[in-house]
Write a protein that binds this ligand. Structure first.
Ligand SMILES: [Zn+2]
Length: 327
């Protein structure tokens, strides 16, 4: 099958361990994919070159010359400047003041647009996933950390600093548990996998029994979403309590967001939610409802994310379509 003459963009998901690139059409169909290791601790020039190569190989895999690619969209960890296309600083990548978009624009000869990875994931759900056809949407992604994105009137909302949407660091407990950001009481300090594992570890070290010890062989880095599913199926109290707690705090945060922004939809993503939506979503909805005005709750759907691991590349593609059309 020839892809010549078909309108496509390139969506790039830049992470600490891998770079994913996909050639995507307007409807969100992935025509070709490519993957490369990031080698995040190498010099920033080398990382930029690896992104460039990853893009070129993805276009090759689709059988398309670069001049047939309409635009490139990139999702990267931040903070960053989405207007200038510059990554300011990231904890897991050796990039500071790295002009990703201008660099790739020059090398590839194609317009390049950059945004925060979680904004991009949220925009992917908004364009091609659970939020198709909505106008105002919030995404919350529960993973190693907790990320979020806000779409208002069909656009990612960036605010004055251009870095709005740090929903994982909204305070849900005044001066509560310590967070990785250096402050206290953030949602991330209660609902991230890192926080959950730390609490489980502590309880087990105090002599509590959990099936999770057996499943992970005591290596807590192996505490995956599927390990939680297994433990829950066996009615493991420690696992169940921790999941319920993370879902409760996420629900409280969703309630606050509904009160402030009244979106039509809140999409909840991340491995745990995808692995057990039926356990987690009802708890989130219940606590959201208890923590906002009834009208805000009635007007909002609170749903699990639909795109899974493809949210990054599809969202980056959606950003490329949107911003290239704006000119
Ligand atoms: Zn924080």
């Amino acid at each position: 099958m020839s892809n010549a003459g078909k309108e496509v963009v390139l969506g790039v998901d830049l992470g600490g361990t891998k770079i994913l690139a996909a050639v995507v059409d307007r409807e969100g169909n992935i025509i070709a994919r490519n993957k490369k290791k990031t080698k995040a601790q190498r010099e920033s020039g080398e990382i930029l070159e690896r992104i460039e190569t990853c893009c070129r190989e993805a276009a090759d895999a689709a059988g398309l010359p670069l001049n047939e690619i309409t635009a490139v969209g990139i999702g990267s960890p931040g903070p960053l400047d989405p207007i200038q296309g510059v990554v300011l600083e990231t904890p897991n990548l050796n990039l500071s003041n790295a002009p990703i978009a201008p660099f790739l624009n020059e090398k590839l000869g194609v317009p390049v647009f950059l945004d925060n990875d979680v904004n991009v994931g949220t925009f992917g759900e908004f364009t091609y996933g659970a939020g198709k056809g909505k106008k105002h949407l919030i995404g919350i992604f529960l993973g190693t950390g907790v990320g979020g994105g806000v779409i208002l009137d069909g656009k990612p909302f960036h605010g004055a600093s251009l870095n709005a949407g740090e929903l994982g660091h909204m305070k849900i407990m005044a001066y509560g548990a310590k967070c990785g950001c250096g402050q206290r009481g953030c949602l991330e300090a209660y609902a991230s996998k890192t926080a959950m594992i730390a609490r489980i570890q502590k309880r087990v070290s105090k002599g509590k029994i959990s099936l999770l010890t057996e499943i992970t062989g005591g290596d807590w880095t192996k505490l995956t979403s599927s390990a939680f599913v297994k433990a829950l199926e066996a009615n493991d109290k420690i696992a169940s309590r921790e999941i319920q707690r993370a879902a409760k705090f996420t629900g409280v945060a969703v309630g606050a967001l509904l009160n402030i922004l009244s979106p039509e939809m809140v999409v909840i993503g991340g491995g745990l939610v995808e692995a057990m939506p039926d356990e987690i979503m009802p708890i989130i909805r219940r606590h959201a409802e208890m923590n906002c005005f009834p009208i805000m709750y009635q007007k909002a759907e609170i749903v699990p994310a639909a795109l899974g691991d493809d949210a990054g590349v599809l969202g980056a593609a959606a950003i490329a379509w949107k911003r290239s059309a704006e000119g």
